[in-house]
Design a protein around this ligand. Structure first.
Ligand SMILES: Nc1ncnc2c1ncn2[C@@H]1O[C@H](COP(=O)(O)OP(=O)(O)OP(=O)(O)O)[C@@H](O)[C@H]1O
Length: 483
């Protein structure tokens, strides 16, 4: 198998790889590094934790060493934490070059960033919103001569999700030269391939890992069918068991909203689990502090929204728990990809209610693998059910008293104004989204009614009442409480 030197990298970079413990290139690095060194645009699609970052950092550093100037490279990424992580890789691998980098993300001092940008760093690593703000408001730096434009998690940058980057991307693309090398990477590029190909036009090289399953082999993927009302008791039970069985352990729990994330964090702390939260309602400094404490194992549980689902590389994470079933398979792929990275083992457990079964089927279809049931002693869950529900309610009341929802609204408006957006216009868009959600809810209700009818007719046929235990399979039978 070819080593880093055979890919055309200089000896100083090969030595940097060795020092970082990267002995052999991973397949995505084998495929993409030579093409990037040849000067071609590149679209790299490989599984989570497969080394995509070094696949673009290494050839960029090589080209920079041959013709060093600033600003040479712009890297765009959807989250602030990810920007810092990528900058770290540039710094470590590019140390012999005396690399100057600049991180441009929201929630941090804009004046200090503007000053750094005016000093012509070699590499700028940015989230689109803040970089577009700088481009709109300042003429003290120019992106007109950049050689490389990288979009990490490119599909997320282009999709129109709850954080829509498209307007900011327009500003950024207008500020960079048309003649450039464009590198696009993600574990889930295929859905947005057509849009991405429009960005990469210079003899684009497309590299995709060929594998029967879209998640890594070392990942043990499970589901746990639970009634909505007892979800938290199952969560506490899972964590307690994991803590009892392992000395050195570390878990990421994903939730669907900031509020749930905050409440569950408070609740788990009440049960003395060392937990930190990470969500977009927190101040940026708190977000960094939480992540640092989790990375250094001071806290063993990180409870987060999808702000942490992409790209974060924390090798110690052994388990990912999805407190809600992700609505999109690709969100599932990125979430569970926070464990079992770089050849390590890992486990993902998704809590599924009877309303989410269709989501699990969609996930299984996409990843091309069936999830297996995670066995649980229901009697043990029952023992803690009341206590968990009482503690959760207490935490909800405490959070309501702290005006969490109101603060969220004020923060949002402030952020929008800072980003040059019109809060009222955004509210309109949100209302439209709510309409779509309502439609989906109605659909769910219909499914529920059908299931109830099926249940009733089955019970009729058997001539006895339905069992009061949750079904242990993903067949579309509704689950009951474990009482
Ligand atoms: N050639 C290599 N040999 C061994 N480890 C490597 C190699 N290249 C990268 N790694 C390590 O693998 C881990 C995952 O790499 P990276 O974060 O780049 O994954 P990724 O493919 O970008 O994942 P994601 O899709 O989740 O963002 C990192 O800890 C990195 O240091």
């Amino acid at each position: 198998m070819a080593g880093f030197a055979e890919l055309g990298l200089s000896s100083w970079l090969v030595e940097q790889c060795r020092q970082m413990g990267l002995k052999q290139p991973t397949p995505v690095q084998l495929g993409c590094i030579p093409a990037i060194l040849e000067g071609r645009d590149c679209l790299g699609c490989a599984k989570t934790g497969s080394g995509k970052t070094a696949a673009f950092v290494l050839p960029i550093l090589q080209k920079l060493s041959e013709d060093p100037y600033g600003i040479f490279c712009l890297v765009l990424t959807p989250t602030r934490e990810l920007a810092y992580q990528i900058a770290e890789q540039f710094r470590v691998l590019g140390k012999p070059l005396g690399l100057k980098d600049c991180i441009v993300v929201g929630g941090m001092d804009m004046v200090a960033q503007a000053l750094e940008l005016s000093r012509k760093p070699h590499v700028v690593i940015a989230t689109p919103g803040r970089l577009a703000d700088h481009l709109r408001s300042s003429n003290t730096f120019s992106m007109k001569k950049i050689h490389f434009l990288v979009m990490d998690e490119a599909d997320r940058l282009l999709e129109q999700g709850c954080t829509d980057f498209t307007v900011d991307l327009e500003v950024i693309l207008a500020a960079v030269p048309a003649r450039r090398q464009t590198l696009l990477f993600s574990a889930t590029l295929t859905d947005t391939l057509r849009e991405l190909q429009g960005l990469a036009t210079n003899q684009p090289f497309f590299w995709e890992a060929q594998a029967p399953v879209r998640t890594v082999e070392q990942l043990d993927q499970r589901y746990l069918l639970v009634p909505e009302k007892v979800k938290d008791a199952y969560l506490v039970h899972l964590i307690q068991n994991f803590q009892d069985e392992h000395e050195d352990w570390s878990i990421i729990i994903f939730t669907n909203t900031c509020k749930t994330c905050q409440i569950l964090c408070m609740m788990l702390r009440k049960f003395s689990f060392p937990t930190v939260a990470l969500h977009s309602m927190m101040k940026q400094k708190e977000r960094f502090a939480a992540l640092a404490k989790f990375k250094s194992s001071i806290y063993r549980i990180l409870i987060a929204t999808d702000v942490a689902s992409r790209g974060l590389d924390i090798p110690t994470v052994q388990v990912v728990i999805n407190h809600n079933t992700p609505g999109l398979p690709k969100i599932y792929i990125h979430r569970v990809g926070r464990t079992a990275r770089a050849g390590r083992q890992g486990q993902a457990i998704t809590l599924v209610t009877q309303y989410d079964i269709h989501l699990v089927h969609a996930i299984e279809e996409q990843i091309k693998k069936k999830l297996e049931e995670f066995p649980v002693e229901e009697a043990q869950v029952l023992q803690i059910l009341t206590q968990v529900n009482v503690v959760r309610r207490e935490c909800e009341i405490k959070l309501e008293a702290a005006n969490f929802d109101e603060k969220k609204e004020i923060n949002k408006r402030k952020q929008m104004i800072l980003e040059g957006k019109d809060p009222d216009l955004e509210a309109k868009r949100k209302a439209e989204l709510a309409k779509i959600k309502q439609k989906n809810r109605r659909f769910k209700e219909k499914v529920e009614q059908t299931l109830q009818r099926q249940k009733a007719s089955r019970a009729d046929r058997r001539g006895r009442p339905p069992r009061a235990r949750p079904e242990a399979s993903l067949s579309p039978a509704p689950a009951q409480g474990p009482a």
